[in-house]
Write a protein that binds this ligand. Structure first.
Ligand code: HEC
Length: 104
């Protein structure tokens, strides 16, 4: 019984460390070079890419489209897509949550 309890405590610890290492802020570090620290920079003077003030579901569906390759892309988007394609579904979720908190 004590051993089981020990296992439970250890696994909870590992899970929380795992999550801490991939919070939205850390993930967004891969995006802010182009999108700006608060999602307010439009990369390369495009028409889209202003991320601040948008809701989570919208952001998430775009990120998912970028991830699976269905977002219309060009050269610059390919850099973004390379980054995003390595994100797990859980990471897409947390980074969308993080971005949706940027104020317009
Ligand atoms: C190399 C620069 C670059 C990086 C890094 C980058 N992006 Fe982008 N992103 C762009 C460009 C350029 C656009 C606009 C593309 C276009 O012309 O539609 C864009 C568009 C977007 C859009 C769609 C915005 C809209 O208005 O439809 C989302 C969402 C997005 N990026 C999220 C991210 C996330 C999340 C990351 C980090 C994982 C990231 N981007 C990293 C350059 C980048």
């Amino acid at each position: 019984m004590k051993f089981l309890l020990f296992l439970l405590v250890m696994s909870t610890l590992f899970v929380s460390i795992g999550f801490a290492a991939r919070d939205g802020k850390t993930l967004y570090k891969k995006c802010r070079g182009c999108h700006g620290i608060n999602g307010r920079h439009i990369p390369f003077e495009r028409k889209s890419g202003f991320l601040a003030g948008r809701n989570k579901e919208e952001i998430k569906s775009i990120i998912q489209a970028i991830k699976n390759g269905s977002y219309p892309s060009d050269k610059l988007n390919n850099i973004m897509q390379k980054t995003i394609s390595k994100f797990s579904d859980a990471e897409v979720e947390v980074v969308s949550e993080y971005i949706s908190r940027f104020k317009k």
